[in-house]
Design a protein around this ligand. Structure first.
Ligand code: MRU
Length: 366
């Protein structure tokens, strides 16, 4: 996607052919800074510290992390160490484990002398595959937006989204945003309600930044606003991303997604989840019971960082000293509240039979 007229992806191989460039998302929307990853440990830290974030991008970063590791030590022990370092970097997004399993399958059987080259090649494929998948999601989601647009000639289609499931969360295009970008490109009048998404503010800081750079009309709203907008007919559909979809169609996504799904259900607003197939976890049969929910530092709740009027970045505490806080990063929306899953192979019902019919190869791998 474009940043000030220049095309960027969220992650790429640098000109030297081996080091990895990535946008440091902790600095957005205030500064556009590119980070260079030169070791497996750099990749693990980038994931852990949320320099990169979003399930598909976490997977892509882990894939390149494995390639960087193979430059350092391509022995069986080196491979095992790299896998174990990266797989624990964050717990909830299954794309991390998916990408590492793909990498291990590609490189474990071959001679250590050839592993580094093969690892970069497989990581490049994973990255390109992510872009292709998101284009598929764009086309399938566009049909839903077109159907709504056709019922309100000349009117604007209002989409609500939560967190950032945009191109910054993937390699390019995004998942939830892919149909939105395509609809905008096709001249459909579209407007996005962007949940700010406390406590990390991925909506206010990242989704709004992306949409703004792409010229998509949008409005940032406090997280608690969606229900009110839905009651007043101001949301035509919700589209969110996901970090893991269980075999039964339960959807894990950024904390607060469940409440949006409840409000959508109560108001008859279609609630869609956009996902690439590597986000499906057929090994988890009940999302609410079995998906591990990351708990992050309380500092994300107690403190807020922003830019002052004179241009300085400042962090302030907004919670009384001594008040305990809790910071669950994700929640699970039960399948019964999900209207459909927008995938690269079509819009599916959120149930095991539909997921299995569309992605049989993923069951075999689970
Ligand atoms: O904690 P993050 O920023 O890595 O979480 C990302 C999300 O939860 C997004 O909402 C997204 O939908 C999943 S990735 C497309």
């Amino acid at each position: 996607m474009k940043v000030d007229g220049k095309h960027f992806r969220s992650i790429w191989r640098e000109h030297d052919g081996w080091s990895i460039g990535a946008i440091d998302q902790r600095r957005l929307p205030h500064e556009f800074v590119v980070a260079k990853l030169t070791s497996c440990e750099d990749a693990a830290v980038a994931i852990r510290d949320m320099l990169v974030r979003g399930a598909p991008l976490i997977g892509a970063t882990a894939a390149y992390g494995m390639a960087l590791a193979m430059r350092e030590d391509a022995s069986d022990a080196g491979l095992k160490r790299a896998y174990e370092t990266l797989v624990v970097a964050r717990p909830t997004a299954i794309n991390l484990k998916w990408a590492l399993d793909e990498m291990r399958m590609a490189i474990a059987p071959i001679d250590p002398l050839e592993r580094a080259e093969a690892a970069y090649a497989r990581a490049d494929e994973i990255v390109e595959q992510d872009v292709e998948i998101n284009r598929g999601i764009a086309g399938n989601g566009l049909k839903l937006i077109e159907a709504i647009a056709s019922k309100k000639p000349g009117g604007t289609v209002n989409v609500l989204t939560h967190c950032n499931a945009g191109w910054l969360a993937t390699v390019d295009w995004g998942t939830a945003t892919a149909p939105i970008y395509l609809a905008h490109e096709r001249g459909i009048k579209i407007h996005v309600w962007v949940d700010e998404t406390r406590p990390r503010n991925q909506g206010a800081s990242l989704t709004a930044w992306e949409l703004g750079h792409h010229g998509v009309p949008h409005t940032v709203i406090p997280d608690n606003t969606g229900g009110h907008l839905m009651q007043h007919g101001m949301v035509d559909l919700a589209i969110v991303g996901t970090d893991r979809v269980a075999a039964n169609g339960d959807v894990c996504n950024k904390i607060g997604t469940y409440l949006k799904a409840l409000a959508a259900h109560d108001n008859g607003v279609p609630f869609y989840v956009a996902l690439p197939s590597p986000t499906i976890d057929f090994a988890v049969h009940d999302g609410i019971r079995d998906i591990p929910i990351e708990q992050r530092s309380g500092v994300e709740v107690t403190d807020m960082t922003g830019r002052t009027a004179d241009g300085r970045l400042e962090t302030v505490r907004i919670v009384p000293e001594g008040s305990p806080v809790a910071n669950y990063a994700f929640d699970v929306t039960p399948a019964r509240l999900v209207t459909g899953l927008i995938t690269e192979r079509g819009v599916l019902k959120p149930d095991r039979a539909s997921l299995a019919a569309a992605f049989p190869e993923r069951i075999a791998a689970a």
